[in-house]
Design a protein around this ligand. Sequence first.
Ligand code: ADE
Ligand code: ZN
Length: 326
Amino acid sequence: MKNLPKVELHLHLEGAAPPAFIRGLAKEKNIDISEIFDENGGYKYRDFNHFLSVYEAACTTLTGPEEFYRLTKAVLEESTEQGVIYGETFLSPDFCGGGDLTAWREYMAAIKEAADASATAGGTILRGIVTPIRHFGPEAAKPAAMCAAETVGDFITGFGIAGAEDAGEPRDFAYVFDMAREAGLELTAHAGEWRGPDHIRDTLRDLKVSRLGHGVRAAEDPALVEELAESGVMLEVCPGSNVFLGVYEKLTDHPINMFVEKGVKVSVSTDDPPFFHTTMTREYEDLASTFGWDEERFQNVNIDSMQAAFCDAATREAMIKKLKET
Ligand code: ADE
Ligand code: ZN
């Protein structure tokens, strides 16, 4: 499974930071965040909301572009190791200069330098999705959207939203999504991880996204499942994350296989791998052993993922060609 070529569309850059990397930075900078680690050195949290605050505490060690260069390099080395040929990562201006455009450009230059080096060396090809944090509120999302609009290009290709799903309503963020769309960015939004089908419907109507982060709770509404299949809206599914955080008790309860059977487009990702003790290879192995997914199923899922990827036509074609060769 490790060598199978993979496409990962849903990965939070800071959430992919190995705990040892964050501990090392904390030590370098004399920042005391020892309470976020367990006795084995892993991240420690009680539930989803506590996860979000542990995540933010870890981010306090990422103090400048140099730290993000090192982080991106480490994350891409791991992605390459996992067989990921193409990936997209969420980036938050909130953690990269606090919404200041000049600072954001510096952070982006550093992150892109690491991404370009990976591509040149034949490793994972990476694109960035600018993602304000929902629980920081709609006002904080405006400078984030401005940063996104000002840096749209061959690296920044998408716009999304993450964070606590119950913080406000999708329409509160319609303004920033309109702004991002006008700037030429492609759109996704976390929805249907914690809230149900109504929230997914509101997100599709008010934010007009072509993909949903998670979206798995659409499974509770058969009419919505049918609508997703018809519209081709892709679900960025992170099965291990959902099970680890308790959205589903066990993988056998997870609707990913039902979605495929009903014709809903899905992709497979890790979300925040060290937080959920997972890797892309582990996700594939678990889907193979639980639902009998074979190499052909993975190939189809990855080709669908590239069709929905936020990239240029040449990259899309090259990646699909690679996927078909294996
Ligand atoms: N930020 C990082 N991981 C997240 C998740 N699974 N849901 C919402 N926001 C997140
Ligand atoms: Zn996520």
